[in-house]
Design a protein around this ligand. Structure first.
Ligand SMILES: Nc1ncnc2c1ncn2[C@@H]1O[C@H](COP(=O)(O)OP(=O)(O)O)[C@@H](O)[C@H]1O
Ligand SMILES: [Mg+2]
Length: 425
């Protein structure tokens, strides 16, 4: 059996390349393009009044690709529709490039038709009886009241927009003769042709089949970088959010729970909800109030023993909160790691699953199950006794426990329905 030594693993470059250091890829701060402040929205049904947006505030920098990510029903589309002017917030201050579009204190409200936005929704309704070029020209013609353009200017703008989405060869074609992906690009061209201040995209890829969706992510991001258009993207799909965004804002039940660069969201989640909503994760329940261990590190008691961890939450953590560690961050070896390493435990491999690109292991440590993915050439077998290191800088103490999350969480052995026996202690 081939088993990694620690130095070998470091030699594979597995250590720090994409570590949890703050994400620097967003570069210097950009001027603010969109401001949303204190957005509150309620809907009244027959029985009750439901507040679906609960005081949401955020800003988007110029040229930024900003994604609202959250489960279905958390309020993403409602937020976007308030920004577009299709809904009025009960309370809101919304401004784009310094121009106030809605302010419930002053009563200002600019109607949707007078906001210079491009929009693409899930059902991207193209006009079937028109050609591709006519579809793209339509918003400019409808806009003549506000911006008078000559025929020549319209033709130039249409050509520019079709070029941007690589449909320049298709201007004369009837729109319904395009493939699904091409129709999606047409919808984008139509949204871009007015050179909008802001592009609003609400799950625009979710009607495409999986392969095309992956492809369109790359196309969409490339288009956004080419034009530099400030983009607000709404999705429940973490892969879309991670692959395209400069900034991700995670929403849960009408609240914006965490905002940051993709790597920060992934490696420095603040709550168990964020940790489990983006990617697979191990969650260990914290059993007692933590003890300070110096340099911002705390020691917490968990089901596998005491762990040195980084508190990520702004509020104090304690019983009822959890430690997060990503499956790929566990270091598993047969040989003991060098003396003096923290967070090292003995464990037993329960279920190795060879997946080609990696090997997935469930490892039992003190009655808890941790899930990990390791390099596939390391042939661990069921029953192997191993050392497991949970590197301190990869262990994050977050608010909350794993309430209501799916089967991707591994917890205590024995009862899959109650994977977190320690949560209530
Ligand atoms: N026009 C409406 N009337 C009543 N309830 C609505 C309306 N629009 C949305 N909702 C409710 O508001 C909540 C948020 O919806 P939505 O913003 O569409 O969520 P998401 O886009 O994140 O899936 C949901 O519970 C939804 O049922
Ligand atoms: Mg929606």
């Amino acid at each position: 059996m081939e088993v990694p030594g620690r130095d070998e693993m470091n030699g594979l470059g597995l250590q720090e390349r994409d570590g949890p250091a703050p994400d620097k890829s967003t570069g210097p701060a950009r001027p603010v393009q969109l401001t949303v402040r204190n957005l509150v929205k309620t809907f009244a049904s027959r029985q009750e009044i439901v507040q679906v947006i609960k005081d949401v505030s955020f800003t988007i920098g110029q040229g930024e690709f900003f994604t609202l990510l959250g489960p279905s029903g958390c309020g993403k589309s409602t937020t976007l529709r308030c920004i577009a002017g299709l809904e009025r917030g009960d309370r809101a201050h919304i401004a784009v490039a310094g121009r106030v579009l809605a302010d419930t204190d002053t009563g200002e409200f600019v109607p949707a038709s007078d906001r210079d936005f491009g929009m693409v929704f899930q059902s991207y309704a193209i006009w079937p009886h028109m050609t591709v070029a006519q579809n793209v020209a339509f918003p400019l013609q409808a806009n003549q009241r506000r911006q008078k353009l000559s025929r020549k200017e319209i033709a130039e703008r249409v050509e520019e927009a079709l070029n941007l989405v690589r449909l320049d060869q298709y201007g004369g074609r009837i729109a319904t003769k395009l493939s699904g992906g091409q129709q999606q690009r047409l919808a984008l061209a139509r949204a871009l042709v007015t050179r909008p201040d802001l592009l609003l995209l609400d799950e625009p890829l979710s009607n495409l089949d999986a392969g095309l969706r992956d492809h369109m992510r790359g196309e969409l991001r490339a288009m956004q970088l080419r034009t530099g258009v400030t983009t607000l993207y709404v999705t429940h799909d973490q892969a879309e959010a991670f692959s395209m965004s400069d900034v991700i804002a995670v929403m849960d039940s009408g609240v914006l729970v965490q905002q940051g660069a993709p790597r920060d969201i992934y490696w420095r989640p603040k709550t168990a909800f964020v940790a489990t909503f983006v990617g697979q994760t191990n969650l260990l329940s914290i059993m007692r109030p933590p003890v300070t261990a110096g340099s911002g590190i705390v020691s917490v008691e968990t089901g596998i023993g005491s762990l040195l961890v980084n508190p990520a939450s702004d509020r104090p953590i304690g019983p009822g909160d959890s430690v997060v560690i990503r499956p790929e961050d566990l270091q598993v070896t047969i040989e003991p790691p060098p003396a003096g390493r923290a967070n090292v435990f003995r464990g037993r491999v329960r279920r190795p699953t060879f997946l080609g690109e990696n090997i997935e292991l469930e490892i039992e440590i003190g009655g808890e199950l941790l899930m990990t993915r390791q390099h596939p050439r390391f042939a661990f077998g069921a029953g192997d006794e191993v050392y497991v290191e949970l590197p301190v800088d990869r262990c994050v103490a977050v608010s909350g426990a794993a309430a209501g999350v799916g089967s991707h969480i591994r917890g205590t052995i024995g009862d899959p329905a109650t994977p977190h026996k320690n949560a209530a202690q």
